[in-house]
Design a protein around this ligand. Structure first.
Ligand code: SAM
Length: 292
């Protein structure tokens, strides 16, 4: 077995050889612990019949572990300087394609068709750049890509919000947006010491498995998300108060909001954080005829 990229010494050697300095603005915190990489990849349940999509391969620490377990790896890296480094560090593997692109601008569906043809089990596995975790996850979910799910490292605080259950402080519109599409769970908490350089925040790995159908069926998805976001604008206020502010002409239409709440059997004095996703779905459908 080849020496892992993800050791402190080898990472330093690679960076020195290529004259590489980390760009903090791109969220570059490289993993330097092979044990944590094994654990992350283990959470993805890959086989040689699976393909992995990685966002931000960096110098290849996670990429090589994915290449060992999966049939094929497709990785998107924004930083041009890393391409020659990856060509060097990943030269022992012949099952990796790297695309030089900002993942937020990339045509991922096309890349899957071109690079992962024949793979039916596709999983996103990544140590995400922390400045942009939510937009990346939302893009990959909203584009309805043919993926089984995502196993990603991100800030622990965001991981807690994504996986939060109703009635907790961390529960909010982000929990709902993601749990609407996936079953999300905390998979690992990760100490700062496994990164170089060490990030300022604590980290965690979450696993999100896509649901065959969204958790609730609603009349209009955009409106549902508008209602959920609006219900948390001021967390300490009641659902009635927040909706009066969030809905168009909500102040004048208080009676209609009360009517919708009654139809959905939701007490107007409750706070948004106590409502389940099913209750939000029902509420959105009752509000929709009055506000659409
Ligand atoms: N996978 C490597 C590891 O675990 O050591 C590096 C992870 S590092 C936290 C994040 C990586 O994402 C960096 O390589 C960075 O250049 C890249 N990156 C940042 N923004 C990106 C974007 N918008 N699209 C694609 N890659 C991005």
């Amino acid at each position: 077995m080849m020496k892992d990229i993800a050791t402190p010494i080898r990472t330093q050697e690679i960076m020195a050889k290529h004259g590489l300095t980390v760009k903090k603005s791109l969220g570059q915190n490289f993993l330097i612990d092979p044990n944590i990489l094994r654990k992350i990849v283990g959470k993805a349940n890959l086989t040689k019949q699976s393909a992995a999509i990685e966002i931000g391969p960096g110098i290849g620490a996670l990429t090589e572990h994915l290449a060992r377990e999966a049939g094929k790896v497709l990785a998107f890296e924004i930083d041009q300087r890393l391409l020659p480094v990856l060509a060097d560090t990943l030269s022992p593997y012949d099952n990796i394609s790297i695309i030089h692109s900002d993942i937020l601008k990339a045509d991922v569906e096309k890349a899957i068709k071109e690079e992962l043809a024949g793979y039916e089990d596709i999983v996103v596995v990544a140590n995400l750049p922390y400045y942009v975790t939510t937009p990346i996850i939302m893009k990959l979910l909203l584009e309805k890509l043919p993926i089984r799910g995502l196993v990603v490292m991100l800030q622990k605080e965001v991981a807690e919000r994504i996986t939060a259950q109703p009635g907790t402080k961390a529960y909010g519109s982000l929990s709902i947006a993601i749990q609407y599409y996936t079953e999300a769970e905390m998979a690992l908490t990760v100490p700062k010491t496994v990164f170089m350089p060490q990030p300022n925040v604590d980290s965690a790995v979450i696993r999100m498995i896509k649901r065959p159908e969204p958790q609730v069926k609603v009349i209009n998805e955009d409106f549902f998300f508008q209602v959920t976001r609006g219900s948390f604008v001021q967390r300490r206020k009641t659902i009635l108060n927040n909706l009066q502010t969030a809905m168009p002409n909500g102040k004048e239409k208080k009676e209609l909001i009360l009517k919708a709440l009654e139809e959905a059997e939701i007490d107007p004095s409750r706070r948004g954080e106590t409502l389940s996703i099913k209750e939000f779905g029902l509420l959105a459908d009752k509000l929709y005829p009055y506000f659409a």
